[in-house]
Design a protein around this ligand. Sequence first.
Ligand SMILES: Cc1cc2nc3c(=O)[nH]c(=O)nc-3n(C[C@H](O)[C@H](O)[C@H](O)COP(=O)(O)O)c2cc1C
Length: 137
Amino acid sequence: MLVRAFYISRSAGPQTSTITGSILKTALVFNKINQITGVLCQGKGFFLQMLEGERSVINQLYGRILRDSRHKDVEMISLQEISHRKFAEWSMALIDLSDSDPMVTMQHPEFDPYSASSELLSQQIDEWVASGKPIHN
Ligand SMILES: Cc1cc2nc3c(=O)[nH]c(=O)nc-3n(C[C@H](O)[C@H](O)[C@H](O)COP(=O)(O)O)c2cc1C
């Protein structure tokens, strides 16, 4: 049973490249072995992540992510069964939403994922992906 989980969270401290680097290092190894794919958007103090894979595997990983002290206020936005993956090529792509990103600043001057619907947030991720923002390894 394949699912896509989508959650948001707030960074516990400043979002440095060291922290992002260490999250991605773990994610790229674990996700590849466990056939998890997805995208991690980070910046402006937030994380938005979509995780695709077997339901039990995603649930176990989500349990660990919930307990990770590098972020807080972890909130599940949606969990849906899927017939095919959206991010099949990426063990974990990264979308960096820097403070100076004109797209985020212009379209969402007060970007706050906690007050947005799952549909809107997922559209926003689709736009970032389509605009070629993801960095993937
Ligand atoms: C925002 C965020 C996203 C994460 N994404 C993943 C991921 O996709 N895959 C992964 O294996 N770990 C990810 N992690 C790391 C896990 O939370 C956790 O550190 C890792 O699974 C190791 O678990 P353990 O420390 O309980 O052994 C992420 C952490 C954060 C803060």
